[in-house]
Design a protein around this ligand. Structure first.
Ligand code: PBG
Length: 325
């Protein structure tokens, strides 16, 4: 008789035949930096997550390192917003300050990645420069590459454009190369769907569009071939890592991308995914820890190499315990 259960009799044999392995090396933790001083403010829509001012970066980073997480993705929330998102590429903008603080203290102990976008910095909340009610793609490219360069000049190790403008990877690559930063990689939010899962993030970052939506630049969630097309464009333009976002509702897209690229694949388990698990756990409807372990494993099983998640620290602990991987 075929007895599948022979390989499930105890934890040792189950560990031996496990197909999906996890490593703390592949975890990236997102951190929000708010302009100001001495701030550590709880984000109510993302329980357990905080907005820090740059001068308190050390607390956030020490906490990560204590769990063995040594990659972070930085977001900024400026005091002043305007129509062209000036604070996004200001030499002394909030993210630029945070990068300098972190690099001064930790040098290469921590790998700093920055989100490159305009929506947190524009008064209208769209991810680029407006022309009437439309985001002007080609005009926006200049701004995005200036943002990326200002982050790298401040000390960022990698940039991650999340705006979904066409041609932005080539524009950013050219700008970085021209300034001598030929070895700074670009992680492209290549396949980013127009998703309702970003709700809590927009609350946290104050980046909801003041009118309309992002459907003219972010992708239609029904599309798979278009996803691969987008990823291929970014690969041709020089992306070093491709991202699929959100994660859980798009595991099939991660898998399909894994057949269609040789680049590392990252996935971003976004704010709505975290909030759903957190809140259902809090209400006693599910076991939060168990669901975290299961969903994390599903992203890796689908083919992701790199995970960006608000649970990064808890996942790192679960990996050490052997509950994941
Ligand atoms: C900026 C950006 C967003 C997220 C990451 N970068 C928001 C958006 O596109 O509206 C979402 C992250 C999350 O939900 O956790 N463009």
């Amino acid at each position: 008789m075929n007895r599948g259960r022979r390989l499930r009799t105890n934890p040792l044999i189950r560990g031996m035949v496990r197909e999906t392995r996890a490593s703390r090396d592949s975890l990236i933790y997102p951190i929000f930096f708010e302009e100001g001083n001495n701030i550590k403010a709880h984000i109510d829509s993302l329980e357990g997550q905080y907005r820090y001012s740059p001068d308190r970066a050390k607390e956030a980073i020490d906490d990560c390192l204590s769990h063995g997480v040594n990659k972070v993705l930085l977001f900024g929330i400026p005091k002043e917003k305007d129509s062209v998102g000036s604070q996004a590429y200001a030499e002394n903008g909030v993210v630029q300050q945070a990068i300098r603080e972190i690099k001064k203290e930790y040098k290469d102990e921590i790998y700093v990645i920055t989100d490159v976008c305009m929506c947190e910095y524009t008064s209208h909340g769209h991810c680029g420069i407006l022309n009437g009610n439309q985001v002007n793609n080609d005009e926006t490219l200049k701004y995005l590459s200036d943002i990326a360069l200002s982050h790298v000049k401040a000390g960022a190790d990698m940039v991650a454009p999340s705006d979904m403008m066409d041609g932005r990877i080539a524009a950013i690559r050219e700008k970085l190369d021209g300034a001598g930063f030929i070895n700074t990689p670009i992680m492209s939010y290549a396949i980013k769907y127009a998703s309702s899962f970003y709700g809590p993030f927009r609350d946290a970052a104050g980046s909801a569009p003041s009118f309309g939506d992002r459907k003219a630049y972010q992708m239609d969630f029904g599309n798979m071939r278009e996803a691969i097309k987008e990823a291929n464009f970014d690969e041709e333009e020089g992306a070093d890592i491709l991202m699929v976002k959100p994660a859980l509702a798009f595991l099939d897209v991660i898998r399909e991308l894994s057949y269609n690229t040789n680049l590392p694949i990252a996935t971003y388990s976004v704010s709505g995914e975290y909030a759903m698990i957190k809140n259902a756990g809090k209400q006693g409807l599910i076991n939060e820890y168990g669901v975290m372990c299961e969903t994390t494993t599903s992203m890796l099983r689908a083919g992701a190499d790199i995970l960006i998640t608000y649970y990064a620290k808890e996942i790192a602990d679960a990996i050490l315990r052997g509950d994941i991987g």
